[in-house]
Design a protein around this ligand. Structure first.
Ligand code: LLP
Length: 437
């Protein structure tokens, strides 16, 4: 996919860079992002919307991969940005991201986070609950300001995906419940508030969704709600946000739709439902995360030890694992792999790829067919661009890998590899011990 290919040496090349050279320069594990591929993923959504005739914003959900370089790229592509914490907001602002294109999500924003966002004059708060609605109104009121809000509602849709990453069902920690009338009450409250400017409503039904059906059910629920709000207090929406969740291919058998198919289905449904209710078409917003960066990222590892249990399994261990990719341990997520320095060799053995953490669950891939490998070979795991680096951690005091963007044969280091000094940089010895040193 993207600009990946096998070069004359039989090595995996991404963005014109030989991966075996990349690891010589930057070490392993290493996250490699194909910059052209990220940009083309951004443009697919934008193009699809242009065809639809809708006014739109594509907000990249930065939780999927949030670094200053990524925020910069997103800005250059003309996208907006969805942040969910003070940390993501800080990253975006430090990268010079235009605040008016930032949307602030989250189900428990703190007063400090809200204040930080008000100071920055971000474009919109996506309010999740009554506590936040009142808190935001109060903080905006103290400043004599009127802030734009979308209300996140729970439409009661079961997206067919892993339980932990499905969010649209009634029993969810997120959003105002539509079923029990909370969403309409919240809309009325925001609409009538002197310090809130209600733009419209938002829903996000889950992640890694292949079918368009869940989005269509959500659109139906959202537009019904807008119809009720129109009847009840004459509300005219300026924005309708249908969230993210567009699936990508991790392994054979995954069947995501092209961006255009999702957008066409959604825009057709929104047009039809709103026309039926004589509601003027608002701006349509989406929040893709995974589908922007997921298949543009590849992790490179160095293979180390091996354990063969005759008749049972061959374990091949790499120098990373659940510290750089938590998804297999957390969601039983599946990945494919290749030996980056043996791309032309036939796949002859079935092995299971183990991480290096002290945890039996730290397995990256079960039973993958690869060429014969030995210590020192480079294992490439594609489609690790979303929720890999962003969910990385220091378990076992393992230092986080470096991240590079590659393009046209050049690599750009965008996150430095952590050192052991970084790992202990916030540790303090107890006062008594400090005196003894
Ligand atoms: N908007 C909202 C409100 C969200 O909660 C999310 C993801 C997105 C947009 C972006 O969804 P995407 O397009 O990336 O599917 N850590 C999990 C995924 C959690 C997604 C959480 N919310 C994973 O690794 O699969």
């Amino acid at each position: 996919h993207g600009t990946s290919r096998v070069n004359e040496q039989g090595n995996l090349e991404i963005g014109g860079c030989d991966t075996t050279k990349l690891v010589q320069t930057y070490g392993t594990p290493l996250y490699v992002y194909d910059e052209a591929h990220i940009r083309s993923n951004c443009r697919e959504f934008v193009e699809a919307f242009r065809k639809s005739g809708f006014a739109f914003q594509v907000a990249y959900a930065s939780k999927a991969f949030c670094t200053m370089a990524m925020c910069k790229l997103v800005e250059e592509e003309g996208l907006s940005l969805d942040v969910v914490s003070g940390g993501e907001l800080f990253t975006a602002l430090q990268a010079g991201f235009p605040p008016e294109r930032i949307h602030f999500h989250g189900n428990n924003k703190s007063p400090d986070e809200i204040t930080m966002a008000l100071d920055a004059k971000i474009g919109c708060f996506v309010v999740d609950n009554f506590y936040e609605l009142h808190l935001l109104e109060e903080l905006a009121g103290e400043r004599g300001e009127k802030v734009s809000v979308l209300l996140r509602v729970t439409p009661g849709v079961e997206a067919h995906t892993h339980e932990y990453i499905s969010t649209g069902q009634v029993d969810s920690k997120f959003g105002f419940d539509v079923k029990h009338g909370h969403a309409l009450d919240a809309m009325r409250y925001a609409h009538e508030s002197r310090h809130l400017h209600l733009l419209g409503v938002h829903s996000h039904i889950g992640s890694q969704i292949f079918e368009t059906e869940g989005f269509l059910v959500a659109v139906k629920k959202l537009t019904e709600l807008l119809g009720e709000a129109k009847e009840a207090f004459g509300f005219v929406p300026e924005v309708l946000n249908v969230g993210g969740g567009f699936g990508i291919r991790y392994v054979e058998g995954d069947t995501p739709q092209p961006a255009e198919a999702y957008i066409k289905a959604i825009t057709d449904a929104v047009r039809e439902e709103l026309n039926a209710r004589s509601i003027p078409l608002p701006e349509l917003w989406i929040e893709p995360g995974r589908s922007i960066v997921g298949d543009a990222g590849t992790t490179l590892y160095r293979i180390g030890s091996r354990k063969e249990i005759p008749g049972v399994r061959k374990y091949v261990a790499v120098d990373g694992g659940m510290t750089d990719n938590l998804r297999p341990a957390l969601y039983q997520a599946e990945y494919e792999a290749a030996i980056a320095n043996k791309m032309n060799e036939p796949a002859t053995e079935v092995v299971s790829i183990a991480g290096k953490c002290c945890e039996s669950g730290d397995m990256l891939i079960w039973d993958v067919k690869l060429p014969a490998s030995s210590a020192g070979d480079i294992l490439a795991v594609p489609s690790t661009g979303a929720y890999g680096y962003s969910m990385s951690n220091n378990y076992n005091r393992i230092a986080r890998p470096a991240v590079v963007f590659v393009k046209d044969g050049e690599a750009d280091l965008i996150v430095k590899r952590e050192s052991y000094a970084d790992v202990i940089s916030h540790d303090l010895l107890p006062k008594r011990a400090q005196l003894q040193r």
